[in-house]
Design a protein around this ligand. Structure first.
Ligand SMILES: [Zn+2]
Length: 543
């Protein structure tokens, strides 16, 4: 196999896979094969998508792809919840948006009027572009403003209002949320101030509801005091979250909807919605797994210039899309992920990703292979070709004489094909960022153009003298590495039966001026043979 990373990972290759079914297959097993299915996801365009918010959409997309592959008839529907009121605390603190608190995002001005007509479209277009780049492509995208204004949801609204008493009872029973006996689960858009987060609605007569825009109804927005009666239809009002959820399920015939743990805990929004769907709509709610949180560790650390900001757009701009998908899919959805881009996270992630690519070639039914496949932007990608291990690319970048392209071709012993070249280019770009921002000191080095002032022991000199004889004997860095070990043993650089640190540190001192560095076999292979011999000579003679 012409894959760099395969050698060290074969032992792990088939550990998984035989104990439990792959999580996405387990979900597919739950869906009846004799009917059509709809999988739904949604997002409120309230601001930039955070990295942690990508886990849900990527899991949903992976499930959708898996369901399709399994032969299920499935439609993927996405709704943009742009009728939700602005209620985020972070926005409240920004004076520019304070006057819009409580209004639907669809009715709030765009932060960049030249780019989008309103706040919701501005942020929705950003996350839809992020999704597109990640290969998340719902078959249908619906805007809540259109669904409400067109009257398509009027039937749902009428059903909710007629069953308000049942819904109040379920709120109290399932979530211990008590509402007074007049309260209706709908937010009317105030005719005066256009807020909907501040309105209290009551008294549905089949055509209109009464409402009051209360100054103190919610903490995060101030109502204007207006009151009156208005038709709740054709976009004048929005169903509260749980009810809108049910309305979506019914309207689109949703049979599968996964969600984050924050919403799907016992007694939480989803439980309430499920119960309401059963009792009011008389239907069985969609099934769907609950994914655990994806958190970025060290909140403060992340916001520094060397960290990775929490915005998804930044991660997506730096990591190739396959790696972002892989990051979200490599861990079972029901396990918490704590992500810190610093240190060796990226080389390890890339190695694991490459192992997945290897598995795709050798064990396509393994969990690793399935995860790799679902991490691709294309649903039917070409199999992985020749790849260079990420840490080696990072080493190459630090050796001025090395040209990654020709080095890679030498390793492959053949020209790179276009996709292999693209893969290499991506690794080079990513390794540059990693070296700049996240690499630990031991991964950073530079080959000194002159022999630095160093002091070696006699044993170390003998060692370097012998190493000189190895130069040019093999083009395989792994074999050279092995020979460097054997040579150390031969010259007696052994402590407690193991090769002494002194051996390799002699090499690092001679080339890098410090006692540690990248794998010596790779380092020496990456340098010009004559240069290596000359430097070793100089080091042996130095006093
Ligand atoms: Zn008002």
């Amino acid at each position: 196999m012409s894959v760099e990373s395969s050698a060290s990972v074969t032992a792990k290759g088939s550990e998984q896979g035989h104990q439990a079914r792959f999580w996405a297959d387990e979900e597919a097993d739950l869906l009846a094969t004799d009917r059509e299915h709809v999988i739904r996801d949604s997002k409120t365009p309230s601001g930039d998508v955070l990295i942690s918010n990508l886990r849900g959409p990527i899991i949903t997309d992976a499930l959708y792809r898996t369901f399709k592959k399994r032969g299920l008839r499935i439609r993927y529907v996405f709704t943009i919840d742009d009728y939700d009121p602005m209620d985020s605390q972070s926005l409240k603190e920004k004076a520019a948006w304070a006057e819009h608190m409580g209004k639907p995002f669809a009715h709030i001005p765009s932060p960049e009027p030249s780019e989008a007509s309103d706040f919701a479209r501005y942020y929705a277009s950003r996350f839809l572009a992020t999704f597109e780049g990640l290969g998340i492509r719902p078959e249908e995208i619906h805007w809540m403003r259109d669904l409400y204004r067109s009257g398509e949801l009027d039937k749902q609204i009428d059903l909710v209002l007629r069953n308000a008493a049942t819904i109040r009872e379920i709120y109290a029973r399932v979530a211990n949320v008590k509402k007074d006996e007049r309260w209706l689960p709908i937010g009317v858009i105030c005719e005066n101030c256009r807020r909907l987060g501040t309105t209290y609605s009551y008294d549905y007569d089949g055509e209109t509801v009464a409402y009051e825009c209360r100054p103190d109804y919610v903490e995060w927005a101030k109502g204007c005091g207006q009151s009156g009666r208005i038709s709740p239809f054709k976009g004048n009002a929005k169903l509260y979250w749980n009810l809108q959820w049910c309305a979506m399920w019914d309207h689109f015939g949703v049979t599968y909807e996964e969600g984050g743990k924050d919403l799907l805990t016992a007694g939480g929004s989803r439980d309430r919605a499920n119960e309401i769907y059963r009792e009011v709509w008389k239907k069985e709610p969609p099934i769907g797994l609950v994914h655990e949180f994806f958190t970025t560790s060290g909140g403060k650390k992340m916001s520094t210039s060397k960290g990775l900001g929490a915005a998804a757009s930044e991660l997506v701009a730096i990591y190739p899309p396959e790696l972002v998908r892989f990051l979200m899919l490599r861990t079972h959805p029901k396990r918490h992920v704590e992500f810190d881009p610093a240190g060796l996270t990226l080389p390890k992630l890339m190695d694991e990703y490459d192992q997945g690519g290897d598995a795709f070639l050798t064990e396509p039914e393994s969990d690793k292979a399935k995860t790799w496949l679902l991490s691709q932007v294309a649903e039917d990608p070409e199999p992985p070709g020749f790849r260079v291990r990420f840490s080696i690319v990072a080493d190459w970048l630090q050796i001025p004489s090395v040209d990654p392209h020709s080095e890679a071709e030498e390793r492959k012993a053949a020209p790179l094909n276009p996709s292999e070249q693209r893969d290499l280019d991506r690794r080079v770009a990513l390794a540059r960022v990693w070296l700049e921002r996240w690499a630990p000191d031991e991964a950073r080095f530079s080959v000194l153009s002159e022999l630095p002032a160093i002091t070696l022991t006699d044993a170390q000199r003998r060692y370097l003298e012998s190493v000189k004889q190895l130069v040019g004997t093999t083009s395989d860095p792994e074999a050279l590495q092995q020979e460097l070990y054997e040579t150390a043993k031969r010259v007696g650089l052994v402590v407690d039966g193991k090769v002494s640190r002194d051996a390799f540190s002699a090499i690092y001192l001679a080339f890098l001026g410090r006692p540690s560095g990248p794998k010596a076999g790779w380092l020496l292979r990456a340098l010009d043979d004559d240069f290596v011999r000359r430097r070793l000579d100089e080091a042996v003679k130095a006093r």
